[in-house]
Design a protein around this ligand. Structure first.
Ligand SMILES: NC(=O)c1ccc[n+]([C@@H]2O[C@H](COP(=O)([O-])OP(=O)(O)OC[C@H]3O[C@@H](n4cnc5c(N)ncnc54)[C@H](O)[C@@H]3O)[C@@H](O)[C@H]2O)c1
Length: 250
């Protein structure tokens, strides 16, 4: 049987690394993409079926070279996990255009570019796109004008992709993680934010990288063959509890 190939961006650590490891356990080869060359090399080293590719998804030339390199190495791509992301928490008035662009360049432009460059390969395999957004794309809050807006756009871009790619047998779905203790989250979550999340989330805790990887790998797989255009939060119930007033609790 032909071994399937996944391309995972932001694979050097966090949710992208956990997803790469689980895909490998499930029999896939993984092209692990990251711009942090040293961390990527360390992450991929023990993974026999994990292959590091150092590229920056926010740079159009890099993305073209990345797609060429992955296709010439493996000859096929069966799933693309658009996971690379950057976070930044600051008030609207203090968000400069440079801050805004830095977030959009990776979270939205990068996802668009990687998808465009790999869709021809996905059409050949009737493969899957899995885009990683966030609960910040589903629910607005303070301090996330750029991050939350980039993730809301990822949610809609996924639906656009599903609408256009369905006739080619290509599925596109979106995963919205709740808080997970990765380097990205810990850079912006203060102890107060961590405590407040524990309180506001029905399951009363952060998620883990492997809980996210389980959902992402499911959406990559044939088991999800009739699932497309969906936005699924793995968030301990945070998104579903719209009126989470402490005063309404028993
Ligand atoms: N951790 C959370 O609480 C949380 C919550 C919601 C959504 N997310 C989303 O999940 C995804 C993964 O986040 P994480 O927490 O694992 O983050 P992380 O910071 O641990 O890992 C992100 C990886 O992406 C890489 N990366 C960033 N920009 C890149 C670029 N332009 N080109 C190539 N590589 C790039 C980084 O080098 C890093 O290795 C992100 O899209 C993030 O927005 C995370």
């Amino acid at each position: 049987m032909t071994q399937k190939v996944a391309l995972v961006t932001g694979a050097a650590r966090g949710i992208g690394l956990a997803t790469s490891k689980l895909l490998i356990e499930q029999g896939w080869k993984v092209a692990m993409i990251d711009r942090d060359a040293s961390e990527l090399a360390i992450a991929a080293e023990p993974l026999e079926q994990g292959f590091p590719f150092e590229y920056d998804v926010s740079l159009p030339d890099d993305v073209d070279k990345m797609a060429e390199a992955v296709i010439s190495t493996f000859g096929r791509i069966d799933a693309v996990v658009n996971n690379a992301g950057v976070a930044d928490f600051r008030p609207l008035a203090e968000t400069t255009f440079a801050d805004w662009r830095r977030i959009m360049e990776t979270n939205l432009d990068g996802l668009f570019l990687v998808s465009q460059a790999t869709i021809p390969a996905l059409k050949k395999t009737k493969g899957a796109l899995v885009n990683i957004a966030s609960i910040s794309g589903l629910r607005a809050s303070t301090l996330r004008v750029a991050y939350g807006t980039s993730k809301a756009a990822v949610i809609h871009l996924t639906k656009q992709q599903a609408a256009e790619l369905g006739e080619f047998g290509v599925r596109a779905n979106c995963v919205c993680p709740g808080p997970v203790r990765t380097k990205l989250a810990m850079a912006v979550h203060t102890p107060e934010i961590i405590a407040a999340y524990h309180d506001a989330i029905p399951l009363n805790r952060y998620g883990t990288e492997s809980e996210l990887a389980d959902l992402i790998t499911y959406l990559c797989s044939e088991r999800a063959s009739y699932v497309t255009g969906q936005v699924i939060a793995a968030d301990g119930g945070f998104e579903s509890t719209g009126v989470g007033l402490p005063a309404l609790r028993g």
